[in-house]
Write a protein that binds this ligand. Structure first.
Ligand SMILES: O=C(O)CCC(=O)C(=O)O
Length: 230
């Protein structure tokens, strides 16, 4: 089936672009909606179940944070159709101000009970690129993301601090240790209804809370890098 929404442009405003560049993140509502959202969610949920089976519970500290399926779209044509949507790539390009290409995708499912807090971190320090300033991630809520089930929080302006050490998720560090200059900056927490998104810079510090709800927190993340990345 075809989903016309995937190739239609989202009505992004100039003030939203300016806000992303100032803060290093932005919330955009209703990026994927209706039957397109339903099909995207089903494709990812089915794909994750096929790859990992039913929830297994804890397997060490990292596994307790979330079920992570990196590049699931490469293994699953149904998911690929959504991950490669021009609507998503065009938003990433306009916000970051550069032509982009797909870097990777990941399904991140935080299980109830075992889904611990995702520690404060930046993304780009984990990546091998020469220039780490312009990567951008879309975090799409496949189901409503709330404080109770582990939505994301961001530290505005921290994309300007430059890359810090990559954080070992099983041995989290405090923000004071990672970025003492960020003391006093207030985190912004974004609950999202299904189909809404946050976009964040690969250098903006962020974390997600634990899942204290009764059901899985389902998110799909699509990460882009500048087209000329080496
Ligand atoms: O979903 C999460 O728990 C963390 C996601 C994250 O860190 C990211 O998308 O960069």
């Amino acid at each position: 089936m075809n989903y016309p929404q995937l190739s239609e442009d989202y009505p992004l405003r100039d003030d939203q672009i300016a806000r992303y560049r100032k803060d290093g993140f932005i919330k955009l509502d209703d990026v994927i909606t209706g039957e397109t959202l339903q099909a995207f969610r089903e494709a990812v949920a089915d794909g994750v179940t096929k790859e990992v089976g039913p929830p297994k519970g804890s397997e060490g500290a990292y596994a307790q944070i979330f079920i992570q399926r990196v590049n699931i779209a490469q293994r699953n044509p149904e998911i690929q159709k959504f991950v490669k949507a021009p609507r998503l790539a065009n938003l990433a390009a306009k916000l970051s101000g550069t032509a982009v290409r797909l870097w990777h995708d990941q399904a991140l499912f935080k299980e109830p009970g075992t889904g611990n807090r995702t520690p404060w971190h930046q993304d780009a320090p984990y990546w091998p690129h020469q220039d780490r300033t312009r990567q951008i991630s879309i975090w799409l809520a496949l189901k409503d993301a709330t404080v109770e089930n582990g939505c994301m929080s961001f530290l505005p302006g921290t994309q300007n601090l430059g890359p810090r050490e990559p954080v070992e998720f099983s041995q989290p560090k405090s923000l004071e240790e990672l970025a003492p200059e960020a003391a006093g900056i207030k985190p912004v927490t974004h609950e999202l209804k299904a189909g809404s998104t946050t976009f964040h810079s690969g250098l903006c510090f962020h974390y997600a809370g634990p899942n204290r709800s009764q059901s899985v927190r389902e998110a799909m993340v699509v990460i882009y890098m500048p087209a000329d990345t080496l």
